[in-house]
Write a protein that binds this ligand. Structure first.
Ligand code: UDP
Length: 255
């Protein structure tokens, strides 16, 4: 949106060889942290993020409690080593903004009314970045919340779309984000077709936005499936392990 004079599209392909509507490779692992109530590792191309969920737990100080529901606290943090140019540790305007919009993206699916006076804390740590970290963080956080057993209406899924060399493209990398014309991260509840976050850096026409949203929706459907599969895989493995350990205990008792 920013710098000009770099060719980002050649012969119908993007700088990293992707088609306009192609996502970067995604890897999702559930339950990667022992001490968290729920956790998820999410890889999106060169982006690597971890989400950890703690709670619901009693909220202190008491005067910030909500007598009717749990409050969600979301902290997005970028590790100093996650970017090309070392990032100064600690919160800044950008991370405070991302934490706010990410929390608001997830709130509609969390049944906070079940846990009055508590907090549900979500920590998102970016270990490596290549644009799209807020979307990767939301995807990871959504899965980590489910892994923590927090009652949810559905998962939230997120992806960025944008405009590069006049073309509408999906899931921008850092080059495209830096040198392209627009970047539009969105989050949605796929099955309800409901958008819970929509931001825009740069400029697109009304028709371009419509086209971009269509692209984002299709991509979110794919990511949503991967989120579900990752959760199902973890819990199927767990049931299998439990069954094996039950069998083992039964054998020991026989001896
Ligand atoms: N970035 C960086 N240093 C910073 C902030 C961002 O190098 O202090 C890079 C990083 O790779 C990030 C990308 O710029 O992923 C795009 O940042 P943006 O603010 O658009 O958020 P994101 O796309 O990661 O959600």
């Amino acid at each position: 949106m920013k710098k000009k004079g770099v060719q980002l599209i050649k012969d119908g392909r993007r700088i990293d060889g992707r088609a306009f509507d192609e996502l970067r490779p995604i890897r999702i692992e559930v339950g990667v942290l022992k001490r968290a109530d729920g956790s998820c590792y999410f890889e999106l191309g060169e982006n690597k993020v971890i989400a950890a969920v703690y709670g619901p737990r009693e909220l202190h100080p008491r005067h910030i409690q909500d007598a009717k529901r749990a409050i969600i606290q979301y902290r997005y943090n970028m590790a100093p080593f996650s970017v090309d140019e070392r990032k100064r540790p600690g919160p800044d305007r950008r991370s405070i903004e991302i934490s706010k919009v990410s929390r608001e993206a997830l709130e509609p699916v969390i049944m906070t009314e079940f846990y009055p006076r508590t907090t549900i804390d979500v920590f998102v740590e970016v270990l490596q970045s290549d644009a799209g970290t807020r979307t990767a963080g939301i995807n990871a956080a959504s899965v980590a919340l489910a892994d923590a057993g927090i009652p949810m209406r559905d998962l939230v899924t997120s992806v960025a779309v944008g405009k590069v060399d006049g073309e509408i493209v999906l899931d921008l990398n850092a080059y495209e984000d830096n040198y392209g014309e627009a970047d539009m991260p969105i989050a949605m509840i796929v099955r309800k077709n409901k958008i819970t976050m929509m931001q825009m850096d740069g400029k697109m026409t009304k028709d371009e936005i419509k086209k971009a949203l269509k692209l984002a929706k299709k991509a979110c459907e794919k990511i949503y499936q991967l989120q579900r599969e990752a959760l199902i895989a973890k819990y199927s493995e767990e049931i299998e392990r439990e069954e094996q350990s039950d069998e083992q205990s039964a054998q020991w008792l026989k001896v």
